[in-house]
Design a protein around this ligand. Sequence first.
Ligand SMILES: [Zn+2]
Ligand SMILES: [Zn+2]
Length: 254
Amino acid sequence: MIVNTLVHSLLDLALPPGCVCCGTPTERDAAGLAVCPACREGLAAAAATPFCRRCGRTVGPYGSCGHCSRHSPPFQAAVRAGPYDSPLGAMIRALKYRDGLHTLPLLADLVSARLHQANLLAEIDLVTFVPLHWRRCWRRGFNQASLLARAVRRRGGATAQVVRLLSRTRDTPPQVGLSATARRENVRGAFRVRRPEQVKGRRILLMDDVMTTGATVGECARVLRRAGAAQVAVAVAAVAESGPMAVASGAAVG
Ligand SMILES: [Zn+2]
Ligand SMILES: [Zn+2]
């Protein structure tokens, strides 16, 4: 940590850090993360955006969810730190595509706050995450959903353990640009429960970085329920509402 801080200070003397979300030169916080005041405000606004407690989608001021009334999701509850179309989106892209692991503590804090608010942590026996296919995981070097799950548990004070309950049996093509129906087809049968005896009767919190149509977390929840899970709740860092924005931003992973 001290070495990290020293390296950051030396680097900052040469070149002030850019905000991880928008690039504006700004100071690092105690954890070494550079997020400018405007983007911090954007994160707070994202957290305050009302969302459906069942599916995680943004809802209007009256709180009723048009989506859940048409298709009831295969999980019982969902929380998110905010919409993807906010500084959260840039933080998640940094986490995934650059050496943005230093965004992890703040993302985990934002998700933990929502979990506490929804009172979900007390009702959970196990925490798990959407798996990557081993080939993709090997190429990237890590699974961001697994890192987020472990960071949320560490920083949010969950007593439930993080366990890798699912594996990905095939490497599905990216979901970007696919319709909701095509996304569901794309991930159907792509996951399996590794040890059903770990899942039976348990209340499970399933984590991912981004949810778009809910096809990926929905398929994982279905597989967990089929293996006997008593209940599945979902927590994601951000929800990208489907539409041209989600497709263009490259957010669309599921
Ligand atoms: Zn910024
Ligand atoms: Zn809903």
